[in-house]
Structures are given as structure tokens and as C-alpha cells.
Design a protein around this ligand. Structure first.
Ligand code: CA
Length: 663
């Protein structure tokens, strides 16, 4: 009934009808389509014969779990232009349920309660200041009649907080800010007063950051709510804090009282974070034996590549071990709880740092699972580099990212340094939280890999990301026992449930980042059971657009000016080659708009595609800027076309150029 299966969010099911012995007989029972080909990240809920799931654009579907019939569809009608405030795709990761209502957070910051029977809106409340660059992509949680919800926006510049609303009425009950505001306005509580001593400069002007964009866990044993906080704004600590202080409570796990939102403890994973090491990755509450003592702990495999074990009641650090290769730290001093940061990692004095993990993190939002049978946690792991270098010309901007780094350098650096370690692969890893050892890991796929589910059948189900597969592994050995083709990316967390005495597995699929924005749509809910005989219709024939840009005739100076503006205003969505988040954003290398400056400006300056999510950038870009940006895109497209391995045909060149080696 709740995100992660139970309050502790272990994503472990006691169902064992589907098990190691018979999982090969698992087949599709039904599927149901969604209305977009955007990336799907939503964990479904199963309640009394109905599957509820949130999809792209914060929409919610209810399906009859027996037949797949759509019972209702809810569309919060998020204004398209709000997407200019969204860092990482038009996505939604999940919903909450309580007493006949389904709760969803919308991209434009509303928390909406939907009648679970009818799909009609019961109430809706604005959780953000709409003059700021906030959004919501994470799942709400419900505890004791309160809906808990956070927000995103740390890449742009906002002040993070966690809010609790009355589940029945939508009235704000309490709010806990994660970073201090302007001291002149006074502090909300002692926690903010203490935190302000760890900041210098005028951080409040950009909000500070510390958004609560994914993990929120309620623990009935301690009656505490634990949540993770994101990066600071800007990313680059040299611009954020002139004295280089720790900046509480960025990149931290915080515990507050569920009744009042009052601060209880915090642990900061990455003091003075300068690498986008959000501490928001999914965490869970587990009872296990550490050093001969039974303990009630929190587990988190963090973006920074370290696996944290904290005492749930006190926040005391019990373990901090790398769960994958890292090069920014040599480990954590267990006395102080602080990571020993490698000098070069802070990219001071204009130096470049090729970081592992990079900004994508060693583990993102993708749900982990824990099996009490094996004592292992199953982590969707990322082995992904990125380049850190200060942008010497950085000035805070009212539109687009505020990072303080040269974001485009992560693309250009690897072209000019082909021997530098690089690449981005994902895989599932089974990790022993007691010994700190990796027990097994799966095959790899390009880019991120999908969320996990563990069952008492001795299985781990997991989406293979861009491999387009849902897979089942032996939870003890990692042997791949079963897989099913989804025809699209499988990134979200699968669930399992029993209905009429039969066990089912359900997963929301959609958005292979290599397939491209113009590819046909296969975003769906897929439901499997033993002996299932249903078949997906064959994929539709599809020929990707050719790479056929106009000739590059602009002077190098104009192209260079365009590269700098593209890096700040465009690359977050459109990537190096116009297609970083392939299924979510159009490929600019292949757009016909490259042929006409007027057409290009209609979109970029006049905002004619605003309702689709491409708002006008006229507040920060002038016609001379868009001429430079268009010249840069044309130059880059011609560069790609000249590469012998690609030519004018279709391809996913950007990511392949950067290589699939990684590990
Ligand atoms: Ca972040």
C-alpha cells in the first residue's frame, strides 16, 4: 500500500509463489498503455484489486488489476512552461495512499489528493512559492494521517524543506527547512540557528539548496521521519560559500519528530559538497546484527558512492564503506564522521577533476531492495564519471541552472582527453551491509539501471534500464533466471502482490534514453504471472531522422560564444548532442529548426512550444545569443556527421563516443 512496500521501505515481499524453481514460467498477463513516451519512474501501488501508478507529467492511472482495464486517469494539467524549472526530466516517482485517497505531487509544486474510487480531485494545495524554481518529482509518504512531501530545484536555486499536510483536508501541519534563510529575517528554530554558523556569504539569495527530492521514510519504532537533502546552490562550493564552510544541512540525512517536525538529529555525508552529491537516494530501515549487537538502523547507498549505516534513533554513524569505485575520497574518518577528501577533487585554481562517481552519482533515485533472507541489499549502481571545472565567468542567473561549473566541459574534455577514464554504465549489485562487501553484481547496461524488488521466493526483480528488460535474479547467487522484453527502458521499481490466490509482478516501463524523442511510444504498465500468455504487439517500424544539418559556416568566435550559452541554458535538457535525455527532449542535432534562425527564435525567444515544456528564454537570451547557440549546434552536428563511425545515419553518438567501458 505504500511506496517501498512497507513503512521501512525495504521493498521486500513475503510472497513466495513465484520462486527460483518456477520463475522461468513467468509470462505477461496484461499490459496497458500510457499517453506519453517520456521516461517512467513511478513505483505502482496495489490496493484491493486496483493498481495505481503515477506517470510523466504527474498524471495518475488506476487499472483493474485482474484485466488491465483503465478505471480512471487523472491529469493535474501541469502548465508546460513550468518545465523550465525542472532539472532531470518530466518525471514522477510515485504516489501515496491513505483512507480512500491517492496523493501525488505535481511538477508545478501542488500536492493533490484524488478520490481512489472515482479519480476526482478531493483537494489540492500549493506546496511551493511559485515565484521560485521549485518542482516535485518525488513520491509523497503518509504517516499518522499526515502527507509528507518535499521538492526539487537545487540546480536552479531554491531553499529546501519537508512539509507535512493533513491527509484529510490538505492543511499545512508543519514544515522543516533544511538550510537557514536570511539571518535578518530571524531563524525558524535552533536547528537553523546552528546551521547558519556553517555558512558564509549571502547564500540565501539563491536559496541555498538542500531540497528533499526523493527519500522520506517514516519509522513507527522511533516515531521519527528520516529524509535526505540535496546539493547546495550553486553546485560549486567556491561560489556558494567564500569561506568553504560545511553548509548544514546540505547533503545530509535528517531526522525529525513525526508529530511536530522538530529536529532530532542529522548526519552530513558530504560537508561542503561541490560535486552534486545529494544524500537523497532511497534509504530503508532494517534490523540487523552489527558487531554482535542487534541494531535498528538506516541503510543508504548514497550518490557519493559510500554506503552508510546509521543508528535510526540517534543518527550515530556505524558504517561508511564504498559500495563501488570512488576517487574523490579515501574513506570516512569514523571518529568525526567526515570523509577524507582527495585534494584534487575540489578542482581549485581552475584545475580539472575527472570524478568518480560524477554528478550522476553512484546510485540515484532508483529504488533498492533488501532481503532479510539473504541479509543483502540490492543496489542499482552507476559507474559514471563526470568532469568538474570551475566556470570562471559564472554569474547567478534567473533562468536555467546555477552550477558555477563549466557544465559543457564534461563533454568536450573527454574528446580532447580520450585516454581519461570515462563512461556511464549501470548494474545491479548485491551488497552485504554488515561486512561492507559486494557479494555479486549483474551484467551492465549503458546509462542508469532500474529499481529492484526482493521476494521470499529467493528472487530479485530488476529493470535493466536501457537493455529494455525486466529481469529476475537468484537473490543469493546473482544468476539471471528470467527476463522479459519491454520494448522500452525499465527504470522504475517493480512491485508484487497476491490477488485471488495468485502472485503477480507489475512494473511501469517507458523511456529508453537511447531510443530518442521521436521514437514510437511503448510506455506501459506490464503485469506478469506464472503461465501468462499475453504478448506485446510487435514494435512499429521506425526510421530515426537523418543527421543532416545545414553547412557550418559561422566563424569560430561565434561558435565558441554559442557553446558557452548552450552549456548554461540548454545542455541540462538537450545534452552535448541535443539528446542527453533521449526520450524526454528533442534531438537538436536533427531538428529542422537549424535551417532557419527565425524558426529557431520562435521557439527559443517567442516560446511557441511553451505548452509542450519549452518555455521562452527571452529573459536571459537576446537574438545575438540565439544566433550563437544555433551556430554552435550546427557546428557540433557537422562535427558528428564527419565522425566515420556515425555518418549521416541514425545513432546515439554522444553516449557511445563517451564509451561503454566504464568499469
Ligand atoms: Ca542534485
Amino acid at each position: 500500500m505504500t511506496y517501498g512496500g512497507t513503512y521501512d521501505e525495504q521493498r521486500y515481499s513475503s510472497l513466495a509463489q513465484i520462486n527460483r524453481g518456477n520463475v522461468r514460467q513467468l509470462g505477461l498477463v496484461w499490459y496497458a498503455g500510457y499517453d506519453t513516451n517520456l521516461q517512467q519512474e513511478g513505483s505502482p501501488l496495489y490496493i484491493d484489486g486496483v493498481i495505481y501508478v503515477s506517470t510523466a507529467w504527474s498524471k495518475v492511472y488506476a487499472f483493474d488489476a485482474r484485466t488491465g482495464k483503465t478505471l480512471w486517469e487523472y491529469d493535474p494539467k501541469t502548465p508546460g512552461q513550468w518545465i523550465v524549472n525542472v532539472c532531470c526530466g518530466i518525471v514522477n516517482r510515485g504516489i501515496a495512499a491513505w483512507d480512500g485517497k491517492i496523493y501525488v505531487g505535481t511538477l508545478d509544486g501542488r500536492l493533490v489528493a484524488i478520490d481512489a474510487k472515482t479519480g476526482k480531485e478531493a483537494w489540492s494545495t500549493q506546496t511551493i512559492d511559485k515565484s521560485q524554481h521549485y518542482s516535485i518529482t518525488g513520491a509523497p509518504r503518509v504517516a499518522n494521517g499526515r502527507v509528507l512531501i518535499g521538492e526539487s530545484g537545487g540546480e536552479f536555486g531554491v531553499r529546501g524543506y519537508l512539509s507535512a499536510y493533513d491527509a484529510e483536508t490538505g492543511k499545512l501541519d508543519w514544515r522543516f527547512y533544511t538550510v537557514p534563510g536570511n539571518p535578518k529575517d530571524g531563524f525558524e528554530n535552533d536547528a537553523m540557528r546552528r546551521a547558519a554558523k556553517t555558512w558564509s556569504g549571502e547564500w540565501w539569495k539563491l536559496g541555498g539548496g538542500g531540497t528533499v527530492w526523493d527519500s522520506i521514510v517514516y519509522d513507527p519504532v522511533t516515531d521519527l521521519v528520516y529524509f535526505g537533502t540535496g546539493n547546495g546552490t550553486p553546485w560549486n562550493a567556491q561560489y556558494r560559500d567564500p569561506r568553504g564552510l560545511d553548509n548544514l544541512y546540505l547533503a545530509s540525512i535528517i531526522a525529525v519528530k513525526a508529530e511536530t517536525g522538530e529536529y532530532v538529529w542529522h548526519y552530513q555525508e558530504t560537508p561542503a559538497d561541490t560535486w552534486d552529491f545529494d544524500a537523497v537516494s532511497p534509504m530503508m530501515v532494517v534490523d540487523l546484527t552489527l558487531d554482535g549487537k542487534r541494531r535498528h538502523v538506516i541503510l543508504q547507498p548514497s550518490k557519493n558512492g559510500l554506503f552508510y549505516v546509521l543508528d535510526a534513533a540517534t543518527g550515530k554513524l556505524l558504517r561508511a564503506e564504498p559500495f563501488t569505485e570512488v576517487n574523490w575520497t579515501t574513506g570516512v574518518d569514523m571518529e568525526t564522521g567526515r570523509p577524507r577528501v582527495v585534494n584534487a577533487a575540489r578542482y581549485l585554481h581552475g584545475k580539472v577533476f575527472d570524478g568518480l562517481p560524477g554528478g550522476q552519482g553512484a546510485h540515484g533515485w532508483h529504488p533498492n531492495a533488501y532481503s532479510p533472507q539473504t541479509g543483502l541489499i540490492y543496489i542499482p549502481t552507476q559507474h559514471a564519471y563526470s568532469v568538474w571545472v570551475t566556470d570562471p565567468h559564472y554569474k547567478p542567473s534567473i533562468v536555467g541552472y546555477n552550477l558555477g561549473i563549466n557544465f559543457g566541459a564534461q563533454f568536450t574534455y573527454y574528446r580532447t582527453h580520450p585516454k581519461a577514464p570515462h563512461g556511464f554504465v549501470g548494474y545491479l549489485e548485491a551488497f552485504d551491509p554488515v561486512t561492507g562487501k559486494v557479494v555479486w553484481h549483474s551484467e551492465t547496461n549503458q546509462g542508469p539501471t532500474g529499481g529492484a524488488l526482493a521476494t521470499a521466493g529467493g528472487l530479485v526483480f530488476q529493470g535493466g534500464g536501457s537493455s529494455d528488460e525486466l529481469r529476475a535474479y537468484d537473490a543469493s547467487t546473482g544468476q539471471k533466471l528470467w527476463s522479459a522484453q519491454a520494448q522500452t527502458g525499465v527504470l522504475s521499481g517493480p512491485i508484487t502482490y497476491e490477488l485471488d490466490g495468485k502472485q503477480y509482478v507489475a512494473v511501469s516501463v517507458g523511456g529508453n534514453q537511447f531510443a530518442g524523442f521521436y521514437a514510437p511510444n511503448y510506455s506501459r504498465m506490464l503485469v506478469f504471472a506464472l503461465g501468462g500468455q499475453a504478448k506485446l504487439p510487435p514494435p512499429r517500424p521506425y526510421t530515426p531522422r537523418p543527421l543532416n544539418p545545414p553547412p557550418a559556416t559561422a566563424p569560430a568566435k561565434l561558435v565558441d560564444a554559442g557553446r558557452a550559452r548552450y552549456s548554461q541554458y540548454c545542455a541540462a535538457c538537450h545534452g552535448e548532442n541535443g539528446q542527453t535525455r533521449g526520450a524526454s527532449f528533442p534531438d537538436l542535432m536533427r531538428t529542422p529548426l537549424l535551417y532557419t534562425q527565425d524558426g529557431f527564435d520562435q521557439v527559443v525567444l517567442k516560446g511557441v512550444l511553451s505548452d509542450k515544456g519549452m518555455d521562452s528564454f527571452a529573459a536571459v537570451l537576446k537574438p545575438a545569443d540565439t544566433q550563437a547557440i544555433r551556430a554552435f549546434i550546427i557546428a557540433r552536428a557537422n562535427e558528428l556527421k564527419r565522425m566515420p563511425q556515425f555518418g549521416p545515419g541514425p545513432g546515439v553518438e554522444g553516449l557511445r563516443v563517451r564509451g561503454g567501458k566504464g568499469g
